[in-house]
Design a protein around this ligand. Structure first.
Ligand SMILES: [Zn+2]
Length: 100
């Protein structure tokens, strides 16, 4: 086998590891884990793992955040209950949170 062919094989190998690193970002285990497995156990193993791996579960959840005490509530209130106890009426701000 010539040196050129060997370099080409190594480049393709590294490219496949990089592809799995990118694909793995959408999985629960993460891109780095997929990249390393592909590098040490060949990208074939990486691809097999990829097809059986769990997807990252990302759901958006609405929270209500108090700008005064920074407390977040899962339920909507007209005013922050914490601050209301201290005699202040603070209107809660609606925020979106990533739940993984
Ligand atoms: Zn508050």
């Amino acid at each position: 086998m010539s040196i050129g062919a060997l370099i080409l094989i190594i480049l393709v190998y590294l490219f496949l590891c990089f592809v799995l690193y990118q694909l793995g970002k959408g999985k629960k285990s993460g891109g780095v884990a997929f990249g390393l497995v592909s590098l040490f156990f060949t990208p074939v193993v990486g691809f097999i793992w990829f097809f059986f791996a769990q997807n990252k579960m990302v759901t958006m959840e609405t929270r209500y955040r108090c700008p005064e005490c920074k407390f977040e509530f899962t339920q909507q209130h007209k005013h922050c209950p914490h601050c209301k106890d201290k005699g202040r009426e603070v209107i809660l701000i609606e925020v979106q949170r990533n739940m993984v």
